[in-house]
Design a protein around this ligand. Sequence first.
Ligand code: ADP
Length: 261
Amino acid sequence: ILDVHIAPYYSQGWHQRGAIIVMHDITNIRRLEKMRSEFVANVSHELKTPITSVKGFAETLLSGDVPDKETSDQFLRIIYDESERLNRLITDLLELSKIEKQAMPLQITDVNVNEIINNSTQTISKFARDKNITLHLPEIDEAVHVEADKDRLGQIVLNLVANAVNYTADNGAIFINVEERTSKVVISVRDTGMGIPAESLDRLFERFYRVDQARSRHSGGTGLGLAIVKHLVESHGGNIFVKSKEGIGSTFTVELPKTQD
Ligand code: ADP
């Protein structure tokens, strides 16, 4: 998109000799404006859905039309779950905005990657067990070190493993691997889950992008997890990649430089 200004050009008296044309390429500005308004629309929609549900069930309970305690408990459970979803959504949105504004400087220290993986997977292992999913941790004897923000790296691993559990059917498996190369550390999370269609791979790290809206909502997802992960990885000067085959599984690979500049 071009923003064009044309001004007549005079020289030696009043004869117009030509014109000066100034063109600004505003494609980027327009694109950013469009992304921002899409984001606001998305956030509004994401907030409205649980609020509508909370309001509707609370109204029904207040009207006194609920036949028995079992039904009213069921409605209260929905109200509770939807409030939890709102809470997660707002936490993730604030997190994302802090990372984007770089309002949260990284606390870089020397970090033992194996320890981070062990801690992060402990939180998830109960959910994996409930689905009879086997979690395979890295098979390495020596500690792998990287300069990183401990909490943020924990969050990266946690989000990826949580997704692997969420999008893998019962009795599946998840393999977490760490590899030390000359100048970088590579962490991968592979699952034997449902996989991701090829046409979705490019958009996966966008805010609120989901392959399957219903499934993501059902599993309590906010649609912001991977956007947060990508930002965190990049703020460490690293990269994230995904490979996936529908019906076979997905592998998310995070590469982090060993030392921070
Ligand atoms: P959500 O809260 O929906 O899980 P994410 O940003 O974490 O949001 O992920 C975005 C989408 O990417 C998910 O809705 C899901 O469709 C897809 N996805 C993420 N991880 C996996 C995975 N391991 N296997 C299959 N699909 C995945």
